[in-house]
Design a protein around this ligand. Structure first.
Ligand code: RNT
Ligand code: ZN
Length: 418
């Protein structure tokens, strides 16, 4: 008997249907963030370093420098990862060329600047999420939507509106919901004199952005909170309370987004998922790995990643109420590998969650003894055999078979870049 069939029988004894778990997982889109490939630089500015509360470290060779290079690297990752993917683009990945009239600033970008990405997604059957880029730009003063300077604010509001139009275009062209995430690094390094002013301006600015017409069935604007960032250690305008309140008060046009790197170290997003789903029909996630003060390390198959996946599954989030995206960037290791490890790990976490029997009855019967025993025992069920089967049925390499391909790609393609 094959290892998979044996595993299937073992799981069946626990009341788990492995074939069904595999089929379910295949239907869940996870957005792959384009920005792991080029250290969040994008193509619209001639900047050497990121700014605005966000930072990459490392200079591993092979960073994608052009849209073509980034697309080739993404293609590699798509081949190496099982599961349904969406692409996640930032506005700074606009592609300007002679045919579409050349460079424009962020307040003037149009759907045509994303036509090549639409063609890329169409050819690969991908949907696409989108993000206005409110950082790494001379018009950050350093604030954006919360700036006291009206001209600055206006510029960034126009950028946000342009991004709504682009998101609508992506959703229509690809016939797939487009999650449009608003995150700014607006904040202060040291103790502010006025904490309220920036938040009121931020709120009004988002109101203006969302006054741009769009179809809420197709475009899902989100607000992402953060606790602090590099250079903005003392105060963040878009704090957790701010963002959650904004989404709650505007639930006809906006949903909350939680990035699990954006909370105090003992807080967990896994627990916040059911808390939010008790009120919001839809929420969005950025899955990442926080480590000390950084929010963006490569996703590992660690306890909290598994717990996040478990909550998504238990709360019925795989049927569309939880929009899943990855968000991390590591410039110190092979970027294709970083992307692939994180994507495969989140797939593993979701498969593990789908292979976990529902033990709600034990909890409701106050049977905490048996619940503990079972929760511990499921940890050693033959997960790896089901994972291998999942990879095979998706036409993706199994563990141990993909890294060699990345090494070849590095030797042939990435090494040539400098
Ligand atoms: C930054 C936020 C934000 C960005 C991306 C690039 O801390 O998590 O989501 O990582 O938009
Ligand atoms: Zn994020």
């Amino acid at each position: 008997m094959s290892r998979y069939l044996e595993a299937k029988e073992i799981y069946a004894k626990w009341g788990v249907d492995t074939d069904k778990a595999i089929e379910t997982l295949k239907s869940v889109p996870v957005a792959l963030h384009c920005w792991q490939g080029d250290d969040v630089r994008g193509f619209d500015q001639k900047v050497d370093a990121l700014s605005g509360g966000i930072q990459t470290t490392g200079n591993y060779p092979g960073r994608a420098r052009t849209p073509e290079e980034l697309m080739a690297d993404i293609d590699m990752v798509l081949k190496l990862c099982p599961g349904t993917k969406k692409l996640n683009l930032h506005a700074c990945y606009a592609i300007f060329d002679d045919e579409n009239g050349g460079w424009v600033d962020r307040d003037k970008i149009e759907p045509k600047h994303f036509k090549k990405w639409v063609d890329f997604c169409k050819a690969r059957g991908l949907g696409c999420d989108f993000n206005p880029t409110f950082f790494s730009h001379p018009k950050c003063d350093p604030l954006t939507l919360s700036s006291p300077n009206e001209e600055t604010r206006k510029f960034w509001i126009e950028h946000g509106k342009a991004c709504i139009r682009i998101s609508q275009y992506l959703a229509e062209e690809l016939n797939c919901e487009c999650v449009m995430n608003i995150w700014t690094g607006d904040g202060f390094k040291d103790i502010p004199a006025d904490r309220m002013g920036p938040r009121v301006r931020y709120k009004e600015a988002i109101d203006e952005i969302l006054s741009e017409p769009f179809d809420f069935n197709k475009v899902k604007p989100c607000v992402e909170s953060k606790v602090f960032g590099i250079g903005v250690e003392a105060y963040t305008v878009g704090s957790a309370e701010f963002s959650l309140s904004y989404a709650a008060m505007n639930n006809d046009k906006c949903i909350p987004l939680m990035d699990n790197g954006h909370y105090h170290p003992t807080e967990v997003v896994s627990d916040k998922i059911p808390a939010l789903l008790a009120f919001f029909p839809e929420i969005a996630l950025h899955v990442t790995r926080p480590i000390r003060w950084d929010s963006d390390h490569v996703v590992l198959l660690d306890d909290e990643t598994k717990e996040i996946a478990k909550e998504i599954v238990r709360c019925g989030g795989l049927r569309g109420s939880v929009k899943i995206a990855l968000d991390y960037f590591d410039a110190s290791i092979n970027r294709v590998s970083a992307w692939t490890v994180g994507f495969r790990n989140f797939q593993k976490a979701m498969l593990m969650a789908l292979l976990t029997p529902d033990m709600t009855d034990l909890q409701n019967a106050n049977n905490w003894t048996e619940l503990m025993v079972k929760q511990e025992e499921v940890k050693t069920l033959p997960f790896g055999d089901v994972w291998a089967e999942y990879c095979k049925t998706c036409g993706a390499p199994v563990d141990g078979e993909w890294f060699g391909k990345v090494k070849e790609y590095e030797a042939e393609i990435l090494k040539e870049r400098n």
